[in-house]
Design a protein around this ligand. Structure first.
Ligand code: DX5
Ligand code: ZN
Length: 219
């Protein structure tokens, strides 16, 4: 069963509470939280304070995707705010010691993920794959919702899924960017276990139906 993780980024940022209520109604599996610092990516979103403020509104798993120059400085704050999983970018300058960052996240008592930009090969995960809970395949260049899915992402998803299967790992493979009803089946068949859906759910005319339809693609 594939999980659907809608991103609140595509909703009205002055009314995140309504977006959360809609996602609860739609029975979205996770809430995807896109944290951007205007340095690592050309956009700025929100930080731990916003996450802490919306934490009491839902019991749903909080999946924090940190698109920031140096995640280290705020890891503790994100955990205190209520993130259940923290995903950092392999390409972040602050992840030069990626293995240590992963250990720090686990030491804070939450799950750890590593995200790869579209141009980054999955081979860089070789020595960390066994110690992470999730690999996040960016299927657009990070920074904005509403972009077009990059087709070569499918090959990367397949490659990670094969390696995880060979090693007998219980690894979530999350795909983020441009996922919608027209490509969700391919993405799932390639090996994705979690679909981020911004535009396809939060900006859909009927988000409840949109989550249902995306889940239906797993059959
Ligand atoms: C992009 C973000 C995504 C994005 C998804 O940098 O990480 O989570 O908001 O939005 P869609 O589904 O519209 O591509
Ligand atoms: Zn994201």
């Amino acid at each position: 069963m594939v999980k659907i993780a809608p991103s609140i980024l595509n909703g009205n940022m002055s009314d995140i509470a309504s977006t959360i209520a809609i996602l609860d109604k739609a029975e979205a599996d996770w809430v995807h939280l896109d944290v951007m610092d205007g340095v690592f990516v050309p956009n700025i979103t929100f930080g731990p304070k916003t996450i802490a403020d919306i934490r009491p509104l839902t019991k749903t798993f909080f999946d924090a995707h940190l698109m920031v120059h140096d995640p280290n400085v705020l890891l503790e704050e994100f955990v205190k705010a209520g993130a259940d999983m923290i995903t950092v970018h392999y390409e972040s300058p602050g992840c030069a010691h990626l293995d240590r960052v992963i250990q720090r996240i686990h030491g804070l008592g939450v799950k750890a993920g590593v995200a790869l930009n579209p141009a980054t090969p999955d081979s860089v995960l070789d020595y960390v794959l066994d110690s992470i809970d999730m690999a996040l395949v960016m299927s657009v260049n990070p920074g904005f919702g509403g972009q077009k899915f990059i087709p070569h992402s499918l090959r990367k998803i397949e490659s990670i899924a094969n390696t995880a299967a060979k090693r007998g790992l219980k690894l979530e493979i999350e795909v983020d960017g441009g996922v919608k009803i027209t490509n969700a089946a391919e993405v799932i068949n390639a090996g994705a276990t979690v679909l981020v859906a911004g535009t396809a759910v939060v900006a859909a005319p009927d988000p409840v139906q949109a989550v249902k339809d995306l889940k239906g693609c797993a059959k």
